[in-house]
Design a protein around this ligand. Structure first.
Ligand SMILES: [Zn+2]
Length: 218
């Protein structure tokens, strides 16, 4: 039987990574997060890792064919179902991904987009605080420090990064939605797109994902 591939998409702050990990733990999917496999290849200094790093060192984006090559290598050594997290981001990437999946015996089952209204994403992401001294990361909503805005580790007053300011988050969201819209349309036209609400707690979102993926709670 063919193994299945599920794509998990969604803007930053919707809990995509958390949900992918949960599905991986409970159902044995391999969780393929493109950022992680990129870092791993660079760290291991593989051929593609070194090539990717040469672009990153110049401040350039890693080209599609390098990223797809990295995914190809991971698929080649995977014998379970897979969840791709954060890929594809463009229609060209989407079109090239599927032959690669198929070549390794995977069938693309569904592209699932987790969505949360922009104002909720801003609320979640703008709650992030970091410690300027030791680098610890907190979230006032989900992972608050013991004392109000003070680092648990070193007692320093926490700060908000410029990237976490609401206006910056809104700009990032607009860019993400503009970029991703054609990808969603592409999967929708092929009957593969499911949109799931990312509102509510982790377990509620997990249940919605199980429903659209036709998986039963273990
Ligand atoms: Zn600290």
């Amino acid at each position: 039987m063919a193994r299945i591939a599920v794509l998990l998409m969604g803007p930053p702050g919707v809990g995509k990574g958390t949900q992918a990990k949960l599905l991986a733990e409970k159902f044995g999917f391999r969780h393929i997060a493109t950022g992680d496999i990129l870092r791993e290849a660079v760290r291991k200094r593989t051929k593609l890792g070194k090539l990717a790093k040469s672009y990153m060192d110049k401040g350039q984006l890693v080209p599609d064919e390098v990223m797809l090559g990295l995914i190809d290598e991971v698929l080649a050594e995977t014998d379970s179902d897979v969840i791709l997290d954060g890929y594809p981001r463009t229609v060209v990437q989407a079109e090239n991904l599927e032959p690669t999946l198929n070549r390794h015996g995977f069938v693309l089952k569904q592209a699932v987009f987790i969505d949360v209204p922009d104002d909720e994403i801003v609320r979640r992401l703008s709650a992030r605080r970091i410690c300027p001294k030791c680098g610890a990361v907190y979230n006032l909503l989900t992972q608050p420090p013991k004392n109000d805005e003070i680092c648990d580790n070193c007692g320093t007053k926490l700060i908000m990064r410029d990237d976490d300011r609401p206006e910056v988050i809104m700009t990032r969201l607009r860019v993400y939605r503009d970029q991703t819209k054609p990808v969603l349309d592409y999967y929708k036209s092929r009957g593969l797109l499911k949109i799931v609400s990312g509102e509510g707690n982790i377990e509620e979102v997990h249940q919605r994902l199980l429903n659209v993926l036709g998986l039963k709670q273990l």
